[in-house]
Design a protein around this ligand. Structure first.
Ligand code: NAD
Length: 332
């Protein structure tokens, strides 16, 4: 059977990425026609030509029920990401569409970014740069930071990325605490950290870093009801998914001094920001001087991109050969 794979909004992967996909010999041998579509895949961008059975998408696509229903030939979705909350897995599964993600592509990449945010906050890197660039000064008044060594870090989610974050934290001489629904006791023993409850983690951590997936069970895991438990003056880092943390709760905690700062690579309101015209708590958050917001960029290194594409191509081949790899299914 002939296959047609459309790679949506592929420009982010650069020429190197395009070459990697278009020159893949295994896809060619399998007779897969490869097409690069300029747009994302979502309800507003349903391609005129809908004869493809394979869609390769990134987080910027929104493959919801309406989109899926508009694509009668669709049989496989390869998301070029670890997270898959931009795909309606329930509808896809009901329609017999297989979905695969990239479970691992070098989780050091995201953990390194979490530490980039931590260090930027702890050592006031953005303020120091602005002192020289914008204020044309060279005084270090008001730029005193704090050491990471000896501080307590609470890691939510001790999966692939969380484990790297823990190793890095240990390298900085930090005391690690973790919360996860699944306890990897062997790893905890090896690294010398205890698992604690979420409530305990919030109350003892100088830095809280989020590394669990976004699931119905992790929606607003940190919220208006439990943010008061956070240790006074703590910092919150989220490089996982925006809606794990309730924006309104974070804004309230920053205003009330519960949180001293936040480093957020992901936000509940990512779509709203992309469309422009932000308002409400998110507008306040973006304007706060002790908050660093980055545009969902933690995964974005050259090395990680090539690994993501490589695994995605294997996922497509796995589907074609009838042995799907890295399949994701709706939460039971
Ligand atoms: P993983 O599956 O290896 O680990 C996730 C961990 O979270 C597991 O140990 C799991 O038991 C735990 N978990 C599940 N439900 C939980 C809950 N209710 N409370 C606490 N812990 C829970 O995933 P990973 O590779 O470490 O990635 C984690 C997340 O990071 C991804 O799901 C993705 O959303 C996000 N991510 C973000 C970027 C970015 O660019 N910002 C890039 C890659 C991944």
């Amino acid at each position: 059977m002939a296959h047609k794979a459309v790679f949506f909004n592929f420009s982010r992967w650069g020429d190197e990425g395009r070459d990697l996909v278009s020159s893949n010999i295994e896809l060619k041998n399998a007779g897969v026609e490869v097409v690069f579509a300029p747009d994302t895949l979502d309800e507003a961008h349903i391609p005129t030509d809908r004869d493809f059975d394979i869609a390769a998408v990134f987080m910027d696509s929104k493959v919801d029920a309406a989109t899926i229903s508009s694509l009668p030939n669709l049989r496989f979705i390869a998301t070029l990401s670890t997270g898959f909350d931009h795909i309606d897995l329930k509808t896809a599964t009901e329609k017999g569409i297989v979905v695969s993600s990239v479970p691992a592509y070098g989780e050091n990449t995201v953990a390194e970014f979490a530490f980039a945010l931590i260090l930027a906050l702890s050592r006031k890197v953005c303020e120091a740069r602005a002192r020289i660039r914008d204020e044309k000064g060279f005084s270090n008044d008001g730029l005193q930071g704090f050491d990471l060594a000896g501080k307590q870090i609470g890691v939510i989610g001790t999966g692939r990325i969380g484990k790297h974050a823990i190793r890095m934290a240990k390298g900085f001489g930090m005391r690690v605490f973790a919360y996860d629904v699944y306890h990897d006791e062997a790893f905890a023993k090896e690294m010398g950290f205890p698992y604690v409850t979420l409530e305990e983690l919030l109350s003892i951590s100088d830095i809280i870093t989020v590394h669990c997936p976004y699931l119905p069970s992790t929606h607003h895991l940190i919220n208006k009801g439990n943010i008061h438990l956070v240790k006074s003056g703590a910092y919150l880092i989220n490089t996982a998914r925006g809606a794990i943390v309730e924006t309104e709760a974070v804004v309230g905690a920053l205003k009330g001094g519960i949180l001293s700062g936040a480093g957020l690579d992901v936000l509940e309101e990512e779509e709203q920001i992309k469309k422009g015209g932000v308002s409400g708590p998110i507008q306040e958050l973006l304007a706060m001087p002790n908050v660093i917001v980055t545009p969902h960029n933690a995964f974005n290194t050259k090395e990680a991109a090539l690994r993501i594409l490589d695994t995605s191509l294997q996922n497509i081949l796995g589907f074609i050969q009838g042995t799907p790899l890295n399949q994701v299914k709706p939460e039971a």
